[in-house]
Design a binder for this molecule. Structure first.
Ligand code: IFM
Length: 439
């Protein structure tokens, strides 16, 4: 299976998960610093204060990327590092870090793929109401413009948001993520303002190649009964179409709006919002980890699915990764085929795919996971899907949000005591795949 010379092979990380240096060079707290400081929110009381110390060790990390033969590196820019208050003054020392990182990547022949927002909202903006407030979307567009002004001469591909579903629903409905609020109506407002921020940011970066990364999944019904099929429709609506349709079709799915009527009247949508959200886009980033099987029943599983009280999440009977997610590469194939069918115009990149396992250096299970999912990508392309690249999650073991450091997704093992990096077997496997241009 070969992917052709133009296919982009990369690996991904995000700022709070690897950088550390949380109070250095003018960086002020984000919602994740605040969340981690609250007792009981993160397993083991872990925080991103040091993480993988990438802020200091980025030259070594770029050298590792080069040794793997990566064509691109997907990372995120920490808003609280470059604009610590979320508006107003710009912190040049923060921007300088990303200038150095980008230059080092380019010097090593690696394309920089920054994401502007991977969940670290400056705390002062949350203090003003956070994403449920419309103003946060406007502030985000200003931030995008200033970062693009600083790096746009060297960076071509920009991603606005990473996984707005998580920011909205885990952040404001379940409270499992920062800022830890449990307010279903606020979570839908947050989703809208994240999307509005995306669209305004895309318009604020003229000449850039712009995408958004969504965490999408393949949802199936437990049976062919009308109730089970309706459960699958609901979850597909909340997880996938609530984000895809406004961005790519300039409309909210009417069935999802109806499902959510008991929670919100969508009266926060203003004239031209959907036009702005559907700003011209160059690519769609797809993050896929696991499929979803649902049926009619009393609510179970992630209560993040606001407005889905009659849906239960079913066990598909497949093997799971150490974080508990079922493994099914076929779900990625089905998802890519569906995206190609329902949203045919947009080129796709898998911007995250990977697995947490307890094994350390000899990670045969991770290799099997990646191998299966890369094959699914090849299958999709053979069937005509416009898939342009694949980024493994993650380059390094890192801070896995409310799981702390217990879950390891890296191709590269990080010893958090010494910060020593060691290539896992999966890193060698990935390097060989890239060298050969396929499996
Ligand atoms: O670690 C996260 C990442 O920040 C966003 N996508 C899913 C990954 C694994 O949970």
């Amino acid at each position: 299976m070969t992917f052709g010379p133009g296919f982009l092979w990369g690996a991904a990380t995000s700022s709070y998960q690897i950088e550390g240096a949380a109070s250095l060079d003018g960086r002020l707290p984000s919602i994740w610093d605040t969340f981690c400081a609250a007792p009981g929110k993160v397993d083991g009381g872990d925080t991103g204060a040091v993480a993988a110390d990438h802020y200091h060790r980025y030259p070594e990390d770029v050298a590792l990327m080069r040794s793997l033969g990566l064509g691109a590196y997907r990372f995120s820019i920490a808003w609280p590092r470059v604009q610590p208050l979320g508006s107003g003054a710009v912190e040049q020392r923060g921007l300088d870090f990303y200038r150095r990182l980008v230059d080092t990547l380019l010097d090593n022949g690696i394309q920089p793929w920054p994401t502007l927002y991977h969940w670290d909202l400056p705390q002062p903006l949350e203090d003003l109401g956070g994403w449920p407030e419309r103003d946060t979307a406007l502030r985000f567009a200003e931030y995008a413009e200033l970062v693009h002004d600083a790096l746009g001469d060297r960076v071509t591909h920009w991603t606005t948001l990473n996984e707005p579903w998580c920011s909205a629903f885990l952040g404001y409905a379940t409270g499992r993520h920062a800022p830890g609020r449990q307010d279903p109506a606020a979570s839908i407002r947050a989703a809208h303002h994240l999307l509005l921020g995306h669209g305004l940011a895309a318009r604020a970066m003229p000449g850039a190649s712009v995408g958004i990364t969504l965490n999408l999944t393949h949802v199936t019904a437990g049976s062919g009964s009308a109730e089970d099929l309706d459960a699958a429709r609901r979850i597909d609506g909340l997880q996938n179409r609530l984000f895809l349709d406004p961005v790519l079709l300039a409309e909210y799915p009417s069935d999802v709006v109806a499902d959510l009527a008991p929670v919100t009247a969508f009266d926060f949508v203003q004239e031209d919002d959907l036009k702005n959200i559907a700003a011209p886009l160059d690519f769609l980033g797809v993050n896929y980890y696991s499929p979803m099987l649902v049926g009619h029943g009393s609510a179970s599983g992630p209560s993040a699915y606001v407005g889905s009280e009659h849906v239960s999440h079913l066990d598909g009977g497949r093997a799971r990764t150490s974080i508990g997610w079922e493994i099914d590469a076929r779900g990625l194939l089905d998802l890519l085929l569906r995206l190609d069918r329902d949203y045919p115009a947009i080129p796709l990149y898998v911007t995250e795919n990977g697995a947490a396992f307890d094994d350390e250096i000899h990670d045969a299970e991770r290799i099997a996971y990646l191998d299966g999912h890369v094959r699914a990508c090849a299958d999709a392309m053979a069937r005509g899907v416009r898939l342009k690249g694949y980024f493994a999650w993650s380059l390094l073991d890192n801070f896995e949000w409310s799981y702390g450091y217990a879950q390891r997704f890296g191709l590269v093992h990080v010893d958090y005591q010494t910060q020593e990096r060691t290539l896992k077997d999966s890193a060698h496997w990935y390097a060989a795949l890239i060298r050969r241009g396929g499996l």
